[in-house]
Design a protein around this ligand. Structure first.
Ligand code: FE
Length: 207
């Protein structure tokens, strides 16, 4: 199977937020989709490794903010490249507001938010599929929504142009976040220190 085939499925990008015991957290997901409109239902699929996952399992509610083309890489770094188990992702961050369900949504770099109440969960091994009723929603900017392809072409930092670093070096570049590892071989168990993707996410370049 050509596993790169999955890269050709187009996705939106979203900040998923929840809270438990007064602690708020969020992560980046690409799996929001509308299921029905009477009543309004959506689904999200969330890795069990995400701290936000456990909050949603416990509290049965979440918000999703739709990331727009006005988003900066900082939003992805804050919510995507670190774990809420280690840090408070809202520390020093003020671009949020609270909806009626007492959860936060992102007010900058996002164009819409949804509040959701979990109806069903499906255990998918590494992930949980949450099916939820939409209890509230609003649009907050006119900026177009960002796709995963847009993130790669326009938000993710551009790698250095060839020739600007030492010549003839083999470099392994993370196709998810742009992190570069210098070395002839990338160890099989290598994990990107920024976004935590494995060796499969790296491409080999020489310059
Ligand atoms: Fe990475």
């Amino acid at each position: 199977m050509d596993t790169k085939s999955f890269n050709n499925i187009s996705y939106g990008l979203f900040v998923l937020t929840s809270a438990r015991d007064g602690k708020h957290n969020g992560c980046i997901i690409n799996t929001l989709q509308q299921l029905t409109s009477d009543p309004y239902r959506v689904s999200i699929c969330v890795s069990k490794a995400d701290y936000t996952h456990d909050m949603i399992m416990a509290e049965r509610k979440f918000n999703v903010s739709v990331i727009s083309q006005a988003a900066t890489f900082d939003l992805f770094r804050r919510f995507g490249f670190q774990s809420g188990r280690d840090v408070d992702k809202f520390d020093g961050f003020s671009d949020y507001a609270e909806s009626g369900n007492e959860l936060r949504y992102i007010t900058k770099g996002c164009n819409t938010w949804f509040s959701c109440w979990v109806e069903q969960t499906v255990d998918l091994g590494t992930h949980t599929l949450f099916i939820a009723f939409v209890t509230d929603a609003a649009r907050i900017s006119q900026d177009p929504s960002a796709t995963y392809a847009y993130y790669h072409s326009s938000i993710k930092p551009k790698p250095q142009a060839a020739g600007t670093s030492a010549g003839g070096k083999t470099i392994w570049r993370c196709t998810i976040c742009g992190y570069e590892y210098v070395g002839d071989e990338l160890p099989d168990d290598f994990v990107c220190p920024i976004c935590k993707h494995g060796k499969d996410a790296f491409e080999k370049i020489v310059r």
